[in-house]
Each structure stands twice: as structure tokens, then as C-alpha cells.
Design a protein around this ligand. Structure first.
Ligand SMILES: NC(=O)CC[C@H](N)C(=O)O
Length: 356
């Protein structure tokens, strides 16, 4: 245990208990997820962010690597009311600063009222509030991380074979492992390609589906993925999740905008426009689609009306702003993967009720 200070963009410096030492900075966000800390902390979409858990006790069922969504922890730091020793040890092994014994209700209220903000963190035996402020001064805004894709993407293509009829080219903008698993479980072969794959790289695979993954930062910075959508739309069916939806929308004449504090949690209600059915979804995003361009909005967020699903039947495009692959969160929208693979024309996919 050591001293810890958190300096906020609004000028406040908050004292905390240090659990893992270090100096860092990032965009301060919160998740309301009450389970799934192993999955959230390994979700590449949290790159360059500092993740605050609003649920007060994080770590009460241990840390198991089979739950990880990638091979490392992505937030630059983690904040909770109380971390168990298991989680603190894991974060220490990963050299990710962590602080607790802090009023997370007050922190979450500040983020809700003032928006996601820059912060600086200093944790160690002799750290001072000035150390945290120094980190804050060096903190970049999310959009300034122009090459954030390089920090999270595979460097080389990797193919996973399930032996089915469909072959998916998944553009890895920071993909969660559960997206690959959800496709493999439905007998699709998956080739994971780097975030900056060229049209030639994709064409070489002759894929049955081009899938743009989730990922961190501002979708405007994923220009190469956007060009792929522009290149292949109408020729190859297209799907996208989270950042993938944003990139697809931008490529098809739509716009994206930064939200005040975003959606991060496992109980965001989403209504399907046609059926009226509402499902609970997992979310983790700070940007949203404004104008949908050539797409129509098929699903909306019940709380704030933002676009949760986009489609264009003629062009064979379906996207989701939330995470149908769950992990963490509910499995209620796994049928997204059946709908997506149905676009490939491959033999009927088996419906998988749960991926556990
Ligand atoms: N999970 C994601 O793909 C997040 C998308 C994007 N980085 C956002 O914050 O909106």
C-alpha cells in the first residue's frame, strides 16, 4: 500500500490508496458492470483510458486467464472503491497502476456531469499531488492518439479454421477474443488481419464476409479500415461491432461524434425498431454514429435514442454499436452472428444459444 493521487481535468486532485505503483495518464471513464472485470480489463477498446468501476468490490471471484479477451490489460490504470488482493497482484504483474479507497460515487458523478475527462495518476511511497498534475499535463485527448490501432492490432494475419463453408476476414482494430470465438463456434473460418490491411490483403483471401472489429479511440483515426469498407461494399457482405459500426457508417456517408461520458456497462437496453423487442446489452463506447449515411437505423438505445444497430439489406451490411459477443455481460444478442453469417450464403448456421 502506498500513497496515490488522481488529478482531474477539472482541477481537482483526489487522494487514494495506492495498490499498484506507477505514473500514468488517460481518459477517465467508468463502467457500471458489476461482473466481468477480467473481460473488461483485457478489452483492447480501453487502450489509453483509465477505467473506474462503479461497482464497489472488484475481484471477489478471482482472476482466471481463460476469461481474458486479449493477452494483456489495456486500460492505463484501474480505479475501484476496493480491489481484492487477487486483482491487485494481477495488475502489479502487468505493471498497470491501480488505486482504491476512493469515493467512486463522487468520481462517477463528476464524469456524468462534466463528461469523460483527462486525468493523471501518481502512485508510490513518496508521490505528491504535483506528480499527478504533471501526468495530467502530458495527457492527450482520445482523438490525438492517431495511430492507436497499431498499439492493439495483430501485426501479422492469423487464420483460425473451424472447417465450415464461410471464411470471414476480420479487421483487427483491437478485437475482443470473443468475436473470433463467436464466429468459430458457428463453423466459420476466420482470418484476423491487421488494422491497416490493404484492399489487396483482403482480396487475396476472397472472404465471404468482411468484419470490422471493435477498437479503442476515435473511429476517424481508422482510415485504412474505412477505405476497405468503401472498396468492398456491395461486393462482399459487411459486418461491424462497436468501432466497426462507426467505421462502416463513416465509410458509407455517415458521421460519428464524441459522447459526453459514453455507455459502459452490461445492462444497456436496446430496442429493435422493427420488432419492438428490447434486449439488455454490453457496451463500451465513447463515440456514437450521428448521421447513418446510406444505412438505416435498425436498433436504438432505449435510454438516449442513439443508434445501436445499422443495416442496408441491398448492400448486405449489418452492424451493432453494442457487444453481441458479450464477455462480460448478457448473451441475449448472440444471434447477431447467425444473422451476419447468413449473409454469406454459406449453409445454414447452427444456432448457438450460449457461448459458455
Ligand atoms: N468498444 C469499442 O469498439 C469502442 C469504439 C470507440 N473507441 C468508442 O469509444 O466509441
Amino acid at each position: 500500500m502506498s500513497d496515490a493521487y488522481l488529478a482531474l481535468e477539472d482541477g481537482r486532485v483526489v487522494e487514494a490508496r495506492g495498490r499498484v505503483p506507477g505514473y500514468t495518464r488517460g481518459e477517465l471513464v467508468f463502467t457500471t458492470a458489476y461482473t466481468g472485470y477480467e473481460e473488461s480489463l483485457t478489452d483492447p477498446s480501453y487502450e489509453e483510458q483509465v477505467l473506474t468501476f462503479s461497482y464497489p468490490l472488484i475481484g471477489n471471484y478471482g482472476v482466471r486467464d481463460e476469461r481474458f479477451e486479449s493477452d494483456r490489460v489495456h486500460p492505463r490504470a484501474a480505479i475501484a472503491r476496493e480491489f481484492t488482493d487477487d486483482v491487485a497482484t494481477w495488475l502489479d504483474d502487468e505493471s498497470v497502476p491501480a488505486i482504491d479507497h476512493i469515493d467512486t460515487r463522487e468520481l462517477v458523478t463528476a464524469i456524468r456531469e462534466e463528461g469523460a475527462m483527462k486525468c493523471g495518476i501518481a502512485v508510490g511511497d513518496d508521490v505528491t499531488p504535483e506528480d499527478a498534475k504533471e501526468q495530467l499535463a502530458k495527457c492527450k485527448g482520445m482523438s490525438e492518439h492517431v495511430d492507436i490501432g497499431a498499439q492493439v492490432s495483430t501485426a501479422e494475419p492469423v487464420t483460425y479454421r473451424a472447417g465450415g463453408d464461410a471464411h470471414v476476414a476480420l479487421i483487427d482494430c483491437g478485437a475482443k477474443g470473443s468475436i473470433v470465438d463467436s464466429l468459430l463456434e458457428r463453423d466459420a473460418d476466420v482470418t484476423v488481419l491487421p488494422y491497416d490491411a490493404t484492399p489487396e490483403d483482403v482480396a487475396e483471401l476472397s472472404p465471404d464476409l468482411l468484419f470490422i472489429s471493435n477498437g479503442p479511440g476515435d473511429p476517424a483515426n481508422f482510415t485504412q479500415a474505412q477505405s476497405l469498407v468503401e472498396e468492398f461494399v456491395g461486393e462482399v457482405p459487411l459486418a461491424g461491432i462497436c468501432l466497426g459500426q462507426q467505421v462502416v457508417a463513416r465509410a458509407l456517408g455517415g458521421t460519428t461524434e464524441k459522447m459526453d461520458f459514453g455507455h459502459r456497462g452490461v445492462n444497456q437496453p436496446v430496442r429493435d425498431v422493427e420488432s419492438g423487442k428490447v434486449v439488455m446489452t454490453t457496451q463500451n463506447h465513447g463515440y456514437t454514429v450521428g448521421e447513418p449515411g446510406d444505412l438505416s437505423v435498425s436498433q436504438i438505445n432505449v435510454n438516449d435514442g442513439t443508434a445501436e444497430g445499422l443495416e442496408n439489406e441491398d448492400l448486405d451490411v449489418i452492424t451493432r454499436q453494442y457487444h453481441p459477443e458479450a464477455h462480460p455481460g448478457p448473451n441475449d444478442s448472440l444471434d447477431f452472428f447467425d444473422d451476419v453469417l447468413a449473409m454469406t450464403g454459406a449453409t445454414e448456421q447452427t444456432t448457438v444459444v450460449s457461448s459458455d
